[in-house]
Design a protein around this ligand. Structure first.
Ligand code: PLP
Length: 276
């Protein structure tokens, strides 16, 4: 990741090579911080208000001081301006510090990964891995905290097995989400995606796809589905801020067909995000 700009609460823009957190920050000691990853299109962070709202909810559920969303929004603007490129990745963090001093707001802007358009052409291979269904409040359902080691380890395991990414299923085989994506599939003109009640993250891109699907003539059903439903779909895709809508062409050893929905939704998402 090439950092282009960093802005810190109370300090503004700082040199990206400069350290910005205390050594005893809870974010480091215990992974107790809230974060967001936002796609910037044409120097505008897409659905920033939704990301900030989710960050505020994450902070509350982790038990952090209330997030200063105004400050984070200002830092986001400063960092995006300073990065001085059209399309980028904006990361926002709200860390509690050591619990005695003030929390820290951070906005980081980095270059977009370059390989996602090629992956969209080829389609992703996913493997199903056991994940935790976060049904209890202390399992932090729907929270985007910096405790992402498990998610990244699942992605690494998928790669070790020759796939691009994982999709989590619970011990009953119910489909949940990917380590950093929401999952979708289509049968005829109906799109299916796991319900938020399963403790998955309420993806900002998921919400955008839900809105855009109707205009493209798709019905959407959110629910509790076994993996067989995904495996037997006409097509499947994932949604996330940086990878956007990404087709799935293989699940475990089973090929999945390419279809129109992923391409139509990707085009609709881009159109909405880049509209002036
Ligand atoms: N699910 C998980 C576990 C995630 O970490 C993410 C994003 O990182 C998503 C879903 C997709 O969310 P969004 O569309 O807001 O990027």
């Amino acid at each position: 990741m090439t950092l282009l700009a960093v802005a810190v609460g109370g300090r503004g823009l700082v040199d990206p090579d400069e350290p910005v957190l205390r050594a005893d920050d809870e974010a480091l000691l215990r992974g107790r911080a809230a974060f967001e990853t936002v796609r910037v299109y044409g120097r505008r962070p897409y659905r920033l208000a939704e990301h900030l709202e989710r960050l505020a909810q994450s902070a509350e559920r982790i038990g952090l001081p209330a997030a200063n969303v105004l400050e984070l929004s200002e830092l986001a603007t400063q960092a995006v301006e300073a990065a001085d490129i059209e399309d980028s990745v904006l990361r926002l963090f709200w860390t509690p510090g050591n619990g005695e001093g003030a929390p820290t707001s951070l906005a980081l802007v980095s270059e977009l990964p370059t390989h996602y358009d090629a992956l969209r052409e080829r389609g992703q291979r996913l493997i199903a891995l056991r994940g935790i269904r976060a049904e209890e409040p202390w399992l932090l359902p729907g929270v985007k905290s910096t405790s992402y080691a498990v998610n990244i380890a699942a992605e690494a395991e998928a790669k070790r097995r020759g796939a691009d990414d994982a999709v989590f299923v619970d011990r009953e085989g119910v489909v949940l989400e990917g380590p950093t994506t929401n999952i979708w599939w289509r049968r005829d003109r109906t799109l299916f995606t796991p319900a938020l009640e399963l403790g998955i993250l309420a993806g900002v891109t998921r919400a955008a796809v839900l809105e855009l699907a109707g205009g493209l003539g798709y019905e959407v059903v959110e629910g509790t589905f076994p993996l067989g439903e995904l495996a037997g779909a006409d097509e499947a895709f994932t949604s996330s801020s940086i990878r956007e809508v990404m087709p799935v062409t293989k699940l475990d050893e089973r090929p999945l067909g390419r279809g129109p929905a992923a391409d139509e939704l990707q085009a609709a998402l881009r159109a909405e995000a880049t509209r002036g």
